[in-house]
Design a protein around this ligand. Structure first.
Ligand SMILES: [Zn+2]
Length: 112
């Protein structure tokens, strides 16, 4: 499962920061996830909950900021893509070029 390995990587990073900064508990993680990263938010929450259970970060809250790619169509129209299936509202083309929206970043950790 894609989300499980993302959660594992995420918590490894938290542990790395913990070793560097010397905090006890991470209480909140703020993430930026782009549509094209194709992350199921519920599955990610579930994986983080399962992996932190019984440890110092149990109950950590996950705040997710979603981002969406910008499509530029050959007809000159540009628009934000909210869904993986998209078409240009102006000309109906499905081949607009996408940029951005593939982020998977940690923005902020709240620690005690
Ligand atoms: Zn178009």
């Amino acid at each position: 499962m894609h989300e499980l390995s993302i959660a594992e990587n995420l918590l490894e990073l938290v542990d790395k920061y913990r070793a560097e900064k010397g905090f006890t508990r991470c209480s909140s993680i703020r993430l930026r996830i782009g549509l094209l990263a194709a992350v199921d938010e519920e599955a990610l929450r579930f994986a983080v909950e399962a992996l932190t259970e019984g440890g110092p970060d149990a109950g950590v809250s996950l705040e997710v900021e979603r981002t969406f790619p910008l499509a530029r169509c050959s007809c000159g129209n540009s628009f934000e893509v909210q869904d993986l299936i998209y078409l240009c509202e102006r000309c109906g083309s499905t081949s607009a070029r996408l940029s951005g929206g593939d982020e998977l970043d940690i923005l902020h950790l709240e620690v005690d």
